[in-house]
Write a protein that binds this ligand. Structure first.
Ligand code: ADP
Ligand code: MG
Length: 203
C-alpha cells in the first residue's frame, strides 16, 4: 500500500527494487513512448535551452533525448554533482561522445575541461529523474536532496518535468517542507500536468 504514511526510506527501497526488476525489452519499449511524450510537449518544442539528467541503469533513458536536443539545435545542459557543499552545477555540453566521464556512482558528467556552468535562469525546461512521483508532482529521490536544493533556484517560468514509468506514479508520497514538486510528470501513458491550485491546497 502506498498511503503516504510509509516513510521515504522504505519507499526508496521498494521503488529501487521495482525499477531494477523491469525487463530490458519492456523498458526499451516504455523509454521510447516516454521520449515521444516529451518531444510532443509544446514547452519542449519552443525551448531554447533544456537541462536533463544523464540516466544510469534503472532510470528512464535520457540519452536519446539528449541527442535529440543537440540535433534540434537547442542548448543541452546536464547536472554535475558537487559534494561539498552538496549541490548540482548546471553545465552546458556540445557533445555526448566526448568530454563526459563517469562520477563515482557511474553517472556521466562533464570532465574538468568541459565544465561550463550556465545560469539557471537561462534554462527553459528541466528534465528530472525520480524513484517515484505522486499525482501532486512530489518526488522521491535517492535521499541526497540535490534536486530539492537545485529546484529551489529555478524560476516559475521554466517547466519542471519529471520522467517516470507509469508504475512509479503514486497517489501520494510523504513530503517534507523542503520538497519541491515538478510541474508535470511524463510517463509512457500520459503527460500529467500538476495544477498549482493543487499545490496550494496541500500546503
Ligand atoms: P530526496 O529529495 O533525494 O528524496 P529528501 O527530500 O529526503 O531526499 O532530502 C534529503 C536531505 O536533503 C534532507 O535531509 C534535507 O536536509 C536536504 N535538503 C533538501 N533540500 C534542501 C535545501 N533546499 N537546502 C538544504 N538542504 C536541503
Ligand atoms: Mg526531496
Amino acid at each position: 500500500m502506498n498511503n503516504g504514511v510509509q516513510n521515504k526510506k522504505a519507499l526508496r527501497r521498494l521503488h529501487r527494487e521495482r525499477l531494477r526488476g523491469l525487463e530490458p525489452e519492456k523498458r526499451k519499449h516504455l523509454d521510447a513512448f516516454i521520449l515521444q511524450n516529451i518531444i510532443s510537449l509544446p514547452e519542449f518544442q519552443s525551448a531554447r535551452t533544456i537541462m536533463t539528467y544523464l540516466s544510469i541503469s534503472g532510470e528512464v533513458d535520457t540519452f536519446p533525448l539528449a541527442r535529440l536536443i543537440l540535433k534540434r539545435g537547442k542548448r543541452l545542459v546536464v547536472p554535475k554533482v558537487i559534494k561539498e557543499p552538496a549541490h548540482l552545477l548546471a553545465c552546458e555540453i556540445d557533445s555526448l561522445d566526448e568530454g563526459l566521464v563517469p562520477d563515482p556512482y557511474g553517472i556521466m558528467e562533464p570532465d574538468r575541461d568541459h565544465t561550463r556552468e550556465i545560469r539557471i535562469g537561462e534554462i527553459d525546461v528541466h528534465v528530472i529523474p525520480g524513484l517515484a512521483f505522486d499525482r501532486s508532482g512530489y518526488r522521491l529521490g535517492h535521499g541526497g536532496g540535490y534536486y530539492d536544493r537545485f529546484l529551489s533556484g529555478v524560476p516559475k517560468s521554466a517547466l519542471k518535468a519529471g520522467l517516470s514509468f507509469g508504475s512509479q506514479i503514486l497517489d501520494a508520497l510523504p513530503k517534507d517542507p523542503w520538497d519541491i514538486p515538478v510541474d508535470c510528470i511524463i510517463s509512457e501513458k500520459e503527460v500529467l500536468r500538476v495544477s498549482r491550485f493543487h499545490h496550494m491546497n496541500r500546503l
